[in-house]
Design a protein around this ligand. Structure first.
Ligand code: CA
Length: 230
């Protein structure tokens, strides 16, 4: 079986070593970088299966890196787990809004991080039951992770993809914000993420869906549904 590759960008060498050791021990191939700018370069070049990213870094900070990676269609799909210090709570929210998948506050247990890495990878790359989800001119190839409208590929961040897939799979049923939070961020994290984060991602999703966006309907005080027919 091919080893999944995790890139860890962290400037505190003791934390970097500890994380690297634990991830390798769990069977992952680990790439490491201690600077923001070179970490970004490495993420672009190597396209790891997942990125563990510290926020305070020399060269370029983690928020900036998340933004750049999530805006680039070649790297938007890479899941990101951010590492924050207690004093950076606000940055954590910004990171999640930009499309990071999860976060850990320092000091953290390396075992807990390994568990989060596993969960994010499983959620993100799990094999779905049906390969192609279709609705109107919208299509999701769940095997290749490709979303298209009228046959044209639409680039999605990992969160936008997870949300859209859940809505399509629901077949027109209304999904609550809480359900979507739990689905896309995982049960443990959903309590820490504000519902407006969902609204923000849905907003981004609508922009990207263009002609099909009107079918992504807001159900007041409840959540969202994706209309099958118009
Ligand atoms: Ca740091």
């Amino acid at each position: 079986m091919k080893k999944e590759t995790i890139l860890v960008v962290e400037d505190e060498s003791n934390i970097l070593e500890l994380v690297k050791y634990n991830l390798e021990d769990a069977g992952y191939r680990v790439l490491a970088s201690s600077r923001g700018d070179s970490g970004l370069e490495q993420a672009r070049r190597q396209k790891p299966d997942l990125l563990v990213l510290d926020l305070m870094l020399p060269g370029m900070n983690g928020i900036e890196i998340t933004k750049i990676l999530k805006q680039d269609e070649k790297t938007a799909h890479i899941p990101i787990i951010i590492l924050t210090a207690k004093a950076q709570e606000a940055d954590k929210i910004v990171g999640l809004e930009l499309g990071a998948d999860d976060y850990m506050t320092k000091p953290f247990s390396p075992r807990e991080l390994v568990a989060r890495v596993k969960a994010v990878l499983r959620r993100h790359y799990e094999k779905p039951k049906t390969k192609i989800l279709k609705s109107g001119m919208l299509q999701i190839d769940t095997e290749k992770h490709i979303v298209s409208v009228k046959g044209k590929t639409v680039e999605m961040t990992s969160k936008e993809y997870d949300l859209l897939k859940a809505l399509l799979e629901a077949g027109g049923r209304v999904l609550s914000r809480e359900f979507l939070l739990e689905h896309a961020w995982g049960y443990d994290q959903s309590v820490n993420i504000e519902t407006r984060t969902i609204d923000m991602h849905i907003g981004q999703l609508r922009k990207k869906l263009k002609a099909e966006a009107q079918r992504l309907v807001t159900v007041k005080n409840v959540g969202y549904r994706f209309d099958q027919e118009l």
